[in-house]
Design a protein. Structure first.
Length: 520
């Protein structure tokens, strides 16, 4: 027996809709107006509905309503369609009052400016309702028709579907190449970008399908929807733009177990704000290669030399070889692509490797003085197009390869030193320049600075000079400008500083400190 409600209210002109055996009743459903002029794009009409639930001790009621302009055949529409979520405890854009036993909801429907017909007869063509006890109902158009909730909107007519151009992989990729590594425990993603045009009303929703080996497909829905924390719209990862001509950037997830091989965009479905749909099949665009390193794989990665003595300024680049053991390759190895943390400073010099047995080697080089360079990505491609990926660039297993500079642990030393001229007349000292030449032993880092201190017979400093220098053939030089000096014997002390900032100082009592004589 149907329960008696406290106020006995039913929707005007309609009996409550209660599916057989369900405790849930749709008591009322109505638009606040029966007609509206939507041609300006600013029309709004309130839609309200009331739900009663006779189940005992329920604490929540919720569901979804679906709005559209039904077509002449079941399941077709002559407009865009809208899904609106509602919940007794609150949902975006829906006001609620009442209790779980009887609750009323109000939604302000922004009536679209465009449809495929005029007038466009908007209605709720489906409603789903559930409560906290697991009771569910699914009300179809025939069950909802008795409420007479129809909104006749004067609309502008658009019957032209959207089009697209410039399908490609998003150019600002995290990964350096069109390869995707799918791990055992988490998916990978690739972002596809394209331009969508639809005049005059604009793009609404769509889906993108990619097809891989064996005909396996992955379909990803997307929409031009409000951007989070913004008043604008967002299509995938791209925001802004005019809905009639916009860029979409759609991430497609490749789950664990995705077959290895080439995947291409095979179908694109686009629907505009008037409900016009265009389906583009056999697109065959934006190919990528998916791998889990199960066909081709590599191990025993090695750098040689390791570390690299790149301190010397005698050459700009220093060679480094990256080698690895590769198994499972079909048709040999066609290329190895290496990416680093310091492009232009630390790079591979050829993508064509040398192969000896199972060892694959690719040449690289580092710029003079490079302290550290991380290999961030390695892509190994065999003759059949199979790929193995390593490094965090691909979110793949990382061999943690660092091209390191040889540590500078030995400071430079002087084997001999001389001063020219070694004798200057006292009356000619002021402004005279003398040159200190030092023969050095710098086993790791070259000497880059030579500082001079001139000591008198009491070991007091009477002049200083020096600065940057260049080591050439084990020799460094530096000039010192003399002040006015009295006649006597002076010693030339100096400090050697290498490129690794290690220093050695030679004072006036050092055996290698040359003597400068000032004559009367």
């Amino acid at each position: 027996m149907a329960p008696a409600w406290a106020d006995g209210a039913h929707a005007p002109g309609a009996a409550p809709v209660r599916p057989t055996g369900s405790s849930i009743h749709l008591v009322a459903l109505a638009f606040a107006a029966s007609t509206v002029d939507a041609t300006t794009g600013t029309a709004k009409v309130d839609l309200s509905w009331t739900i009663a639930d006779s189940a005992r001790h329920i604490s929540d009621v919720g569901g979804d309503i679906f709005l559209g302009v039904p077509g002449t055949t079941s399941g077709t529409f002559r407009s865009a369609t809208f899904e609106v979520r509602f919940d007794l405890h609150g949902a975006p854009h829906v006001k609620v009052s009442g209790t779980a036993r009887k609750s009323t909801y109000n939604y302000t429907f922004h009536v679209p400016r465009y449809a495929q017909v005029n007038p466009a007869r908007w209605r709720v063509f489906r409603m789903t309702i559930h409560d906290s006890h697991g009771n569910k109902v699914n009300l179809t158009s025939s069950a909802l028709k008795s409420f007479g909730a129809v909104l006749a909107a004067k609309d502008l007519v658009d019957t032209t579907p959207p089009s697209f151009q410039d399908l490609a992989i998003y150019e600002n990729l995290v990964t350096p190449r069109l390869y995707v590594y799918v791990a055992k425990s988490h998916p990978a993603a690739m972002v596809y970008q394209f331009n969508v045009q639809d005049f005059p009303d604009g793009f609404g929703t769509g889906s993108i399908q990619v097809t891989g080996p064996g005909g396996r497909t992955i379909t990803t829905p997307f929409a031009n929807k409000p951007a989070p924390q913004s008043s604008g719209l967002q299509c995938g990862i791209f925001s802004g733009g005019d809905p009639t001509d916009l860029q979409c950037g759609i991430p497609v997830s490749y789950p664990p177990g995705t077959p290895a091989g080439q995947w291409v965009v095979s179908k694109l479905v686009l629907t505009d704000l008037a409900g016009n749909t265009a389906t583009f099949k056999n697109v065959g665009g934006a190919p990528i290669t998916v791998t889990s390193d199960r066909v081709v794989s590599a191990s025993h990665f090695k750098l040689s030399p390791d570390p690299v003595n790149d301190w010397s300024t005698s050459q700009l680049f220093y060679p480094v070889n990256l080698s690895m053991q590769v198994s499972g390759a079909h048709g040999g190895i066609s290329a190895v692509f290496v990416d680093t943390s310091a492009s232009g400073v630390c790079d591979q010099t050829s993508t064509t490797p040398t192969v000896s047995g199972g060892t694959v080697t690719v040449p690289m080089h580092v710029f003079q003085g490079t302290a550290l360079c991380q290999i961030t990505g390695i892509a190994i491609v065999d003759g059949a197009g199979n790929v193995a990926l390593y490094g965090f660039e691909y979110a793949a297993p990382d061999p943690f390869l660092l091209i390191k500079q040889t540590p500078d642990t030995i400071p430079p030393t002087a084997t001999s030193a001389s001063i020219m001229p070694s004798t200057v007349a006292a009356g000619a000292t002021n402004g005279t320049q003398v040159t200190l030449t030092v023969h050095v032993n710098a086993p790791i880092a070259p000497v880059v600075q030579l500082d001079i201190s001139l000591f008198d017979s009491q070991n007091n400093i009477v002049a200083t000079g020096g600065g940057s220098t260049t080591q050439s053939g084990g020799v460094v030089t530096q000039t010192l400008t003399l002040p006015t000096l009295s006649a006597g014997s002076y010693r030339v002390g100096f400090t050697l500083r290498d490129a690794g900032d290690l220093t050695t100082t030679y004072g006036p009592n050092s055996s290698v400190a040359p003597k400068l004589t000032i004559t009367p």
